[in-house]
Design a protein around this ligand. Structure first.
Ligand SMILES: NC(=O)c1ccc[n+]([C@@H]2O[C@H](COP(=O)([O-])OP(=O)(O)OC[C@H]3O[C@@H](n4cnc5c(N)ncnc54)[C@H](OP(=O)(O)O)[C@@H]3O)[C@@H](O)[C@H]2O)c1
Length: 236
């Protein structure tokens, strides 16, 4: 008896993991977009042709930073930035993470949220990973934003390199985590827009803690070698 005769649906062909959507039409918001990481990501994405709105707690700070970045970047208060965007990167310090997201719950409903926050502590021995109650910053975001599509990415970038106009390519992979494949595909495709960057699927949000924590190791590398280290995943 053939598969067809037995009534079971034919198995769809496996999807090529590198077959990613066209994200060039998406508006990207950056909450906390006036800091080095937010500015750097906004600059790189806008330079690649993406529409970008950076957010701040004060509209005038966002507008001033946007004017400095050029490439059509606009600035707005965080809630307006969230509402105007299809996909929103969260780039605030860990200390302000929960409070910021709680306040933006409705503005972020239905959006893809990309958390790049690294919960770290610093003492005289250097940087070390903190363990949030929820497991990771990304899982905290998912708990606080039940109506958003939370992903995690862009943790291992150097804000110095991102902001340096003389740097043509950012030589790094971007580990992307999330629960829905369509959303992680979108974030991978967004990372791929930046020359030199490659988005790699790296699991579900329950594994975000290791990815966030690894930044403490990269900071040690950077201090020892006076570098701006990135990451490459081999054999993919
Ligand atoms: N720097 C890096 O190289 C790097 C790399 C990868 C990931 N990250 C992650 O990206 C995030 C941002 O890093 P950053 O270095 O850009 O941070 P930052 O400069 O300390 O903060 C970014 C922006 O967040 C806003 N902010 C400050 N305190 C806040 C609070 N308590 N509540 C809400 N908003 C607050 C400020 O904007 P307004 O005052 O204009 O609102 C500030 O310009 C961090 O979580 C970090 O772990 C950083």
């Amino acid at each position: 008896m053939t598969t067809h005769d037995s009534g079971s649906a034919p198995k769809p062909p496996a999807k090529d993991p590198w077959d990613l959507p066209d994200v060039s039409g998406l508006t990207v918001g950056v909450i906390g977009g006036t800091g080095p990481q937010g500015r750097g990501l906004a600059y790189r994405l806008a330079r690649a042709g993406q529409k970008v709105v950076i957010g701040s707690r004060a509209a005038e700070r966002a507008e001033a930073a946007a004017a400095e970045l050029g490439h059509g970047v606009e600035g707005a208060e965080n809630a307006v930035c969230a509402r105007r965007s299809d996909l929103v990167i969260v780039a605030v310090p860990w200390e302000g993470h929960a409070k910021t997201l709680e306040a933006l719950r409705e503005d972020l409903a239905g959006k893809i949220v990309v958390d790049c926050v690294n919960p770290l502590g610093f003492d005289k021995k250097g940087a070390f990973a903190l363990t949030p109650e929820e497991g990771s910053a990304a899982e905290q975001a998912a708990a606080l934003l039940p109506d958003s599509r939370v992903t995690a990415a862009f943790h291992h970038l150097s804000a110095v390199l991102l902001q340096d106009e003389s740097v043509q390519e950012i030589d790094t992979d971007v580990l992307v985590l999330g629960e829905a494949r369509a959303d992680t595909d979108t974030v991978q495709a967004l990372a791929n827009r930046i020359p030199g960057m490659r988005g790699i699927f790296a699991g579900r949000l329950r594994n975000a803690h290791q990815v966030e924590s690894l930044v403490a190791n990269l900071i040690s590398v950077n201090r020892r070698y006076k570098a701006h280290a990135g990451l490459r995943t081999t054999d993919v």
